[in-house]
Every structure is written in C-alpha cells, then in structure tokens.
Design a protein around this ligand. Sequence first.
Ligand code: URA
Length: 320
Amino acid sequence: MRASEAQQADSAPAQGESRAPVRADQAPQTEARDRFDRESPARASDSSRAMQEREQGDRRVPPAEQQGQQGRMQVPVETRTVSQQSRTPEPPAVEMPPDDDFAWFDDLPSHPGTEARGEAPEPPSIQTLDWDALSERVAACERCRLCEKRTNTVFGVGDRNADWMLIGEAPGENEDRLGEPFVGQAGKLLDNMLRSLTLARDTNVYIANVIKCRPPGNRNPEPDEVARCEPYLQRQVALVKPKLIVALGRFAAQSLLETDASISSLRGRVHEYEGVPVIVTYHPAYLLRSLSDKAKAWADLCLARDTWLAAGGVPSNAAK
Ligand code: URA
C-alpha cells in the first residue's frame, strides 16, 4: 500500500495533501518552452532579434585575426564597429531582387521535412488512437522515468463499453507483475463491493488507473508523472464513454478533479471529469485497514448508482 492509500481518514489530512496535482499543461519546462518557442510570434521575433545580434557579433573580427592584425589596428577591439571592420564590401543595392519579386522565395522550403532530416515522423496523437493502438502505445511508453523500473505496464481491464468506469491510483507490486489493475487484496475487496451492485470487472465495469506504471517502492506518483500519463486515461475515458466514473481514493480524486481538497470534502457530491459525472470514494486498500469507513464507502456507491440511473443507466444493463 502506498502512503496516499493509507492516509485517507477524514480527520487526518494525508501526507502531501496540499500537493496540487499537475496537468498535462504543466509538463516539464523544456517541453513547454519548446512549444512556446514554436507558437509564440512575440517570442519568435525575440529569437530573430537575437539571431541578428548574433550575426552582427559574428561579423566582429575573431580574436585570432585580431591578434594577427595587432600593430596595424588603429581602433581598440571593443570599440570597433561593424562598418569599420568590414572586409567584404556590401554588394551594391542594384544587385538585390526588386522589392516585390518574391517568386524565388516560394521555391524554398522554410524547413526541411522530418523525412528530409532523416527523422521518424511524429506518431499520431494519443487522442486519435483506437483501443489496440492505445494499448500498444502504453505498453511501449517511455514518457516518464517510471518506465525504467516497471515489469509491466497496467493498461486497464474490463468491458470497454461499460457504463461504469472505476479509476484508481497506480499499479502496486502485484499489478506490476501481472499487468492488471487491482489484483491484490484491495482488488478482492473492490470486486466484492462491485458485486453488491451487480457489477463485475469482466462484464459491466472498466477499471483503470491514473498512472500506468508502478512507482518504485509504491511511492506516490510525482506530478510530472501524472501529467505525462494523463492523456492515456483521457483517451480511455473517451473510448469507453462511461455514464459514471468512480474515483477510488484521494490521489485519483485529486488528479481527476484537479484539486488538493481532502477526500472527505470531495465525497457525497457529484463532480465531473471530461464531461462525465464523478463520484469520489475511499480507496479499497484504505478500507482494508479502516473498517469503520466501509459504511461511508457503501453510501458513496449508493450515490454512484443513483447518479448512474440519473445519467440514463438502465438497471437491466447492470449485468450486460
Ligand atoms: N491501487 C491502485 O490504485 N491501483 C491498482 O491497480 C492497485 C492498487
């Protein structure tokens, strides 16, 4: 069990509860900066200004040349201007193409294409992938450091057309070994809870985690790991199109709802993720240790069922 599962009691704020979950738009700074560089005209003009300045700097005489010219130079190096040091006269203005003749410009590609540069083409966006392509992308994922220590990625399991989608935190040791979510003791309790609602993972529920790889030593996932992994979950939600999401535990709830509010303040009402109603309840691993909160979890599941019905869920559908 990881710290976030163990520390969900209403009275005691969990460790790191003040940590605000990070979204994809908070990905590492370099990537954000690259994107900014590509997209921001203001920034682009800054870069071209910088480039002009660099070019002007390049026109200054390199130090070796300066040394070779010592004795002949009348002007101290630091104060020499471009015009004073220019050895190649500027071409006369008459050799320039007429101002309005840009035909030559159209023929030049502004950038060589990725293929011309010998690079692999960009893979399609995660948000366009179908189930097979998405699970393959996750299996090969190296978007964050968690890929280094995992045994298996844990994609998700269950009915891909389910009305109910349950979302946990991240794989633990057993899940990492077997490649399936919630296969340990917490998973057994979860299956029992589902059965009481005539739900089952292999018939009418889809189960996934916010994070697809096990954090080493079951530590809490880092914000950048959440940000890197979230597009996969977003795509899973888009493909399943559930009528209801149940967030299992503080970490899943905070990540989905982009909040650092306590689980006790999030329970008991309907939230939303990607347009789907969300009910928050305790993580089953926490319930294994805190039997007194099982009654509250049952109340959460009843609210989930009511919410599902209100969203058009058909009870006979429960065993589809
Ligand atoms: N805890 C989770 O949140 N997910 C799992 O898959 C297993 C344990």
